[in-house]
Design a protein around this ligand. Structure first.
Ligand code: ATP
Ligand code: ATP
Ligand code: MG
Ligand code: MG
Ligand code: MG
Ligand code: MG
Length: 269
């Protein structure tokens, strides 16, 4: 074709470096909101967990999974989301920069596109950004440990934030006083403060706050009604069951064996 003709400038293409991801590894892309501490403040996120923001993150991650190929699981908490491409993926010839930028831009544009569904009339004050990185994990154990690491991070931060904001919002402490009160405390101490002083059982706090959100593809039966014409000629609604593959959200432990035993197809081989 005429537009394939070479020009004397074509040599510059050779300056592009190879960033093909090693074969047979899971490709993880992790996004994190840029300066979301400030973003949360400016958009009056409720502390410690703004559910509108968490649901918008989840909605955007769902869009990434639905629009891009080969993502088998995604895990999110706070202003971050990790996406795992299956080991055998050949999408974009496994080029790291292509995969990462497609994930980041699909996510960012979705965050803006769906903002209104979660924040209603509250305006989005400026365009948010997300950084991305690519990490390769060669074994199922490594990948599970990666996801466990993110969920453990969610747990530690959420426990701290829950006690901190309870001390401030219900205990009347200033933020500095709450910070001092929590210095050097262990998980057991934090549980104790919540329970004995505020009658809060941490384990019954919202699962989405404690565990983050895990998105996977699942085939489930769905019942819908279909209008059909009966032999007699009259119209009627009949129930039709069909199995559909969709992205489903889980807010459960993914560190232990149970989740993986229930969904053995996520990790092949
Ligand atoms: P960086 O650009 O380095 O990532 P950052 O300000 O985004 O800086 P993070 O460590 O990513 O820092 O922390 C994200 C911050 O965003 C949290 O500490 C919290 O203040 C805020 N945040 C994110 N999501 C929520 C939410 N759903 N509810 C309340 N606050 C949130
Ligand atoms: P890929 O995802 O591989 O990039 P693509 O369809 O985006 O596929 P490109 O080679 O990037 O392919 O070409 C972009 C195409 O978008 C153009 O060929 C043209 O059809 C269309 N396009 C982009 N900008 C304009 C524009 N301003 N006016 C009209 N058409 C446009
Ligand atoms: Mg950060
Ligand atoms: Mg951030
Ligand atoms: Mg973060
Ligand atoms: Mg293009």
């Amino acid at each position: 074709a005429a537009n394939m003709a070479k020009s004397k400038f074509d040599y510059v293409r050779n300056f592009e470096t190879d960033d093909t991801c090693l074969r047979n590894c899971y490709i993880v892309v992790r996004l994190d909101g840029r300066n979301f501490h400030k973003f949360a403040e400016q958009h009056s996120f409720t502390k410690p967990n703004d559910d509108r923001a968490l649901e918008l993150m989840t909605r955007s991650a769902r869009s990434v999974m639905e629009e891009l190929e080969d993502i088998v699981i995604a895990y999110g908490q706070s202003d971050e989301f990790s996406f795992v491409f299956k080991r055998t993926s050949t999408w974009f010839k496994r080029r790291a920069s292509k995969l990462m930028t497609h994930v980041a831009s699909q996510f960012s544009s979705s965050y803006v596109f769906y903002w209104k569904e979660f924040f209603g009339e509250q305006p989005l004050l400026y365009p948010p950004g997300f950084d991305g990185r690519v990490v390769l994990y060669p074994s199922n154990r490594n990948l599970r440990d990666y996801l466990s690491w993110r969920q453990a991070d969610c747990h530690i931060n959420n426990m701290y934030n829950t006690v901190f904001w309870t001390l401030v919002q219900s205990g009347g402490l200033s933020t500095t006083q709450a910070e001092d009160r929590l210095k050097g405390t262990l998980a057991a101490d934090k549980n104790e403060i919540l329970f004995s002083e505020f009658n809060i059982n941490y384990n019954t706090e919202a699962p989405g706050h404690r565990k983050g959100t895990t998105l996977i593809w699942e085939k489930r039966d769905e019942i819908s009604t279909k209008r059909t014409t009966l032999p007699g000629g009259e119209e009627a609604d009949v129930a039709v069951t069909r199995s559909r593959r969709r992205v489903h959200a889980h807010r459960c432990d993914i560190i232990g064996e149970a989740f993986w035993a229930e969904h053995p197809d996520i990790l092949e081989g």
